[in-house]
Design a protein around this ligand. Structure first.
Ligand code: HXC
Length: 270
């Protein structure tokens, strides 16, 4: 008789961490207006931090900032910037310092994606994703690092698992995310002596996100499954975020935390 299939529970990060562990902290999050990064921002705010969310679309950012503030009782403000433009990011940092006086945590999460075979991917298509993901991460690090050194803060970079093996139609994103992983590791080794930590969260397929919507419309993609019986939820990434920014992770840097229910590292029959 086959056992009843196990499905891993989805748990609020508040269930495992005290409510006020980030009281007085300030988060700077690119891509925080929607999806996974908005969830990560909400989780950090739920534990006491104020936040600035950065993105290209001011309407969406403003609405998200309002909702995040209402939901958490903390303060979230929007800052419009395209991570491809260093000057705009510097302005966002300036706005953050004027409002909150410092930056403790940075989430480099702004990303772009679409499916295209490498043979049909235009130079501009490849460059665009590299510029948003990898160069955008570099630009965000450059704009924030003087402030993060002052607070002995921490970075989380949002990567993926698709570049661990060949993933069809994802040459641009695979190259970009591999670059992000590398940037984080170098940041960890160079900034560790200043008390700054840098880690990567690599989500697998996360339900209800722009990423999964963009990757779900080609038949030849591998199905999204995991040994733990479900696809990921944004809450799973939230919990990893709270853990990595918290003091209990104070000796963890230069690491990649894969949040995918074991999907990437296992072989499963369907
Ligand atoms: C082929 C495409 C394309 C497509 C765009 N391009 N979409 N090529 N197939 N579906 C090409 C365009 O033709 C153009 O090249 C170039 O890419 C730039 O396109 P623009 O639209 O001018 O760029 P821009 O307005 O800056 O938009 C960037 C974008 C867009 C990445 C293309 O999709 C975007 O803004 N996305 C943000 C939201 C997003 O993607 N979120 C998902 C992240 S998920 P030409 O040669 O014509 O000029 C994620 C996780 C992945 O990253 C892992 C999940 C498991």
């Amino acid at each position: 008789m086959s056992p009843v299939p196990f499905v891993a529970p989805v748990v609020e990060s508040t269930a495992a961490f005290k409510d006020d562990i980030f009281k007085g902290k300030v988060l700077f999050c690119t891509g925080g207006g929607s999806g996974i990064c908005r969830g990560m921002t909400e989780a950090v705010m739920r534990h006491g931090a104020n936040a600035v969310i950065i993105g290209r679309k001011l309407d969406r950012l403003t609405q998200s900032a309002k909702e995040l503030s209402e939901k958490t009782g903390r303060t979230c403000i929007p800052a419009q910037a395209d991570v491809r433009k260093p000057e705009e990011l510097k302005e966002a940092v300036k706005k953050t310092i004027e409002k909150f006086g410092k930056i403790d945590f940075v989430i480099c999460g702004a990303a772009g994606n679409f499916l295209a075979p490498i043979s049909g991917l235009s130079e501009n298509g490849f460059r665009t994703v590299m510029e948003i993901d990898t160069i955008g991460t570099y630009n965000t690090i450059k704009a924030t690092i003087p402030h993060v050194r002052k607070t002995k803060g921490a970075y989380i970079h949002v990567s993926a698992t698709l570049h661990y093996k060949g993933s069809q139609y994802q040459a641009h994103v695979s190259a970009a995310k591999a670059g992000i992983d590398a940037l984080s590791t170098v940041l960890a080794v160079e900034e560790g002596p200043f008390g700054v930590r840098s880690n990567v969260i690599a989500p697998g397929a996360i339900a209800g996100t722009e990423g999964i919507a963009r990757l779900s419309n080609k038949e030849s993609r591998r199905p999204f499954v995991s040994p733990l019986g479900r696809v990921g939820e944004i809450k799973d990434v939230e919990s990893a975020t709270v853990f990595l920014f918290s003091d209990v992770a104070s000796f963890i840097t230069g690491q990649i935390l894969v949040v995918d229910g074991g999907a990437e590292n296992t072989r499963q029959s369907q």
